[in-house]
Design a protein around this ligand. Structure first.
Ligand SMILES: [Zn+2]
Length: 354
């Protein structure tokens, strides 16, 4: 069975690190030193994360060492999605807050108007206009000002032209990262102003372990169904799973967790899934305790380290066995809520009587 690559880096959701298969492309973008970069690749392969990683590189405030350092105030603000010198320009249909980023409509085509109240899938000139203002003011944190356009092929003609003016004479300290899925839809003049970098498709050997680490079962099938694009596969496989696994990770790793609150928070995950994750989690706890890299949760190495430090290997192994034995009956619990609670009691008691 393929194994996820171990990484020493603790992972947090939204962290501006590229997918493993885009690491070399990020190096190339960083090494280029140019202020306007256009990356292109298949949608759903991690291109948005690439854009955030590049933005964090530009906005990192670390005095020395590799950038992004992921620890400085600049990196943390990028991760939190509220760096004052970073503008993410995306179609309104992608924007997290409904209604925000909607154009003023003056340049909407008949086709776009025909969509009625549905959020626009295009990037409109109204979204580009604040950039002219951004170009005039100095940066909030004294570093670069970064504009990410995702995807660049969603810009309509007037938006493209507005951006072109900025790209032709880039204001000092301003950086542009354009992400395109279909190069032929990006205006030739915009293309000519950017350095182009291709984002490779991951191989199945790279993508399958990554999907498995996100809790996707039958990753090969799911990946194939999504045409080999792992991020798309993850979203298609189960839109709530990613969110649920984050909740689960919080329950499993935070000191304030009680069995009652954990059972309540993981109600939507369900007892069978919680148990299966706990079995893998305790397997990794034992591995880390014994000095091996985690197998199922490579991105949680630091958390596993911290938790396993307070337990003996024997206690971890005993917990793992108890949980593994429970898998025989968990598929049909008589009382799902009670089943969840008793799983969490097992786990949390072993972890130090929380
Ligand atoms: Zn930093």
């Amino acid at each position: 069975m393929a194994r996820a690559p171990a990484t020493a880096m603790p992972h947090r959701p939204g962290m501006p690190v590229p997918m493993p298969w885009h690491a070399a492309a990020l190096q190339a973008a960083v090494a280029s030193g140019v202020p306007s970069i256009l990356v292109h690749g298949t949608a759903g392969t991690g291109e948005r994360r690439f854009a955030l990683a590049m933005a964090a590189h530009w906005l990192c405030e670390a005095a020395a060492g590799p950038r992004p350092c992921l620890e400085c105030a600049g990196c943390k603000l990028v991760e939190a999605g509220n760096h004052p010198d970073l503008r993410m320009i995306e179609p309104a249909s992608m924007a997290a807050e409904a209604g925000e980023g909607e154009g003023d409509g003056e340049d909407e085509t008949v086709e776009e108007k025909g969509k009625g109240k549905a959020a626009s899938q295009a990037i409109l000139i109204g979204q580009l206009r604040p950039l002219t203002e951004l170009a005039r003011i100095t940066s909030h944190r004294g570093g670069a000002r970064v504009v990410v356009i995702h995807p660049a092929d969603a810009m309509n003609i007037s938006a493209s032209n507005a951006l072109l003016k900025l790209l032709e004479e880039p204001p000092p300290g301003m950086r542009f990262l354009l992400v395109a899925h279909r190069l032929q839809r990006v205006s030739a003049t915009v293309l000519s102003r950017c350095m182009r970098i291709a984002l490779p498709m991951p191989t199945a050997t790279q993508a399958v372990p990554w999907l498995e680490a996100q809790g996707i079962e039958d990753a090969e099938t799911v990946l194939a169904l999504a045409g080999g694009a792992p991020q798309a596969a993850l979203e298609a496989a189960d839109p709530v799973r990613a969110a649920l696994s984050k909740i689960w990770l919080r329950c499993v790793s935070e000191a304030s967790t009680t069995a009652l609150s954990a059972a309540r928070d993981t109600k939507d995950v369900g007892a069978p899934q919680v148990l299966s994750w706990l079995v893998q989690w305790t397997h990794d706890l034992a591995r880390v305790k014994a000095g091996s890299p985690p197998r199922y949760y490579p991105q949680q190495a630091a958390t596993l380290q911290r938790l396993s430090a307070t337990m003996t290997l024997r206690a971890i192994t005993r917990l793992h066995r108890t949980l593994a034995l429970r898998q025989r009956w968990i598929r049909h619990p008589l009382n799902p809520q009670l089943a969840l609670e008793s799983l969490w009691i097992d786990y949390l008691q072993a972890m130090g009587g929380r």
